[in-house]
Design a protein around this ligand. Sequence first.
Ligand code: GAP
Length: 460
Amino acid sequence: MSAKIQDSLKHVVALAKRRGFIYGGSDLYGGFANTYSFGPYGAELKKNVKDLWWKTFVQERRDMVGLDGPILLHPKAWKASGHLDGFNDALIDCKACKGRFRCDHLIEEALEQSAEGLTVEQMTELVQSRKIKCPKCGAQDFTAARNFNLMFHTHMSKTGADGDVAYLRPETAQAIFLDFKNIVDTMRVRIPFGVAQIGKAFRNEITPGNFIFRVIEFEQMEIEYFIRESAWEKTFEEWLKAMHHWCQMIGLKSARIHEKEHPKEQLSHYSKRTVDLVYDFPFGTSELYGLAYRTDFDLKRHAEFSGQTLDYTDPETREKFVPHVIEPTFGVERTLLALLCDAYDEEQLENGEMRTVLHFHPRIAPVKVAVFPLMKKEPLAEKAMHVFKMLQTHWLCEYDESGAIGKRYRRQDELGTPYCITIDFDTLENDTVTLRDRDSMKQERVAISHLVQTLAPKLA
Ligand code: GAP
């Protein structure tokens, strides 16, 4: 990875804050660790990503339906899913400075070897035998590693009694399994079919970090795709392709995306095969999305714990079986971080000046078009406002009449706005405007009456 990419995270973080994409959570109170707020442009970017995902995977497919399940599920569901007993990270404390670390990360950073799949006993042994030092204070004095459940919990009643505990979902997936029967009973779905959901998930991560890469509250876009067992390999490959295609659709550079197969001994408790799509983030190549073959694990466990049958009956053969599941999962925050890192650039202009630009794909860019009168005076401003109002009914647009035109371009470049329109004196003569392309910076003249039809294919 080039030094330029390595260095770019701090520039991306600074731009994200300066330009209203992402703020620190609870800034007003001095911050609240590892929470973030998506500012006006960040909220737009997020919405564009989620809308495109829904359009791609629900609206444009006949084999998919959507769901919006609750964050709080019956506590038994988390016992059934395995999260209560197995959704743990190994945690280790430095006795000298009281620093707390994720033990697998500590080992990976100190020894440059993977710690995935190791038990807490094996990790403790490794930390001691290899004399790993505390990254904070340098001491070699750790506690034993121990498991720490990542689910946040809350109480359903005011008494706060233990029996009233409920959990904030650590993945959206389980809500889909809980509604599998409702969907089969009420919708005319036939296997193979999938259920898609976008929503919040919460994880009490021990060492969150790298900006919005690992946070405690985030959004997932998940699909549970129900199949016959015999179709799993073929379906897995199809979804892997669909996930790569999605990355292209949102404009991520293919060269920065790779597949990482999970070794058998490191698979999650529910998975028979998992492939991650990893992305070359500035801090290293790390998981962007995941694709897992969850077998019939979840439906069988929920059938067992609820006492209800979760069989599917083939409408033609009347054969009954518990479907198997392929799960493509996409994190929204990681998508945004990859998009920002991918799009960020600093370019030298012909006149020697530098410009910072976000080369977002127009499909997901927060602002699509900015409209400027050449000068803040009539009748230019009135004409520009007319063009702005016309375009605003189609896309999110901005109107800007202050400062030199070059400065206004620079501001929109930093937001990733793909097109800028300037209303000048020629406009008053012939009703044409200049349309400036963010990436090539080339300008063309377009009739106002043709603007919508000229822009529509460029922004699709
Ligand atoms: N239902 C399967 C599941 O939850 P996961 O790999 O644990 O699998 C899915 O999470 C996706 O959610 C990840 O690929 C990542 O994009 C996102 N994700 C997971 N933990 C996250 C965190 N702490 N912060 C931000 N995104 C996270």
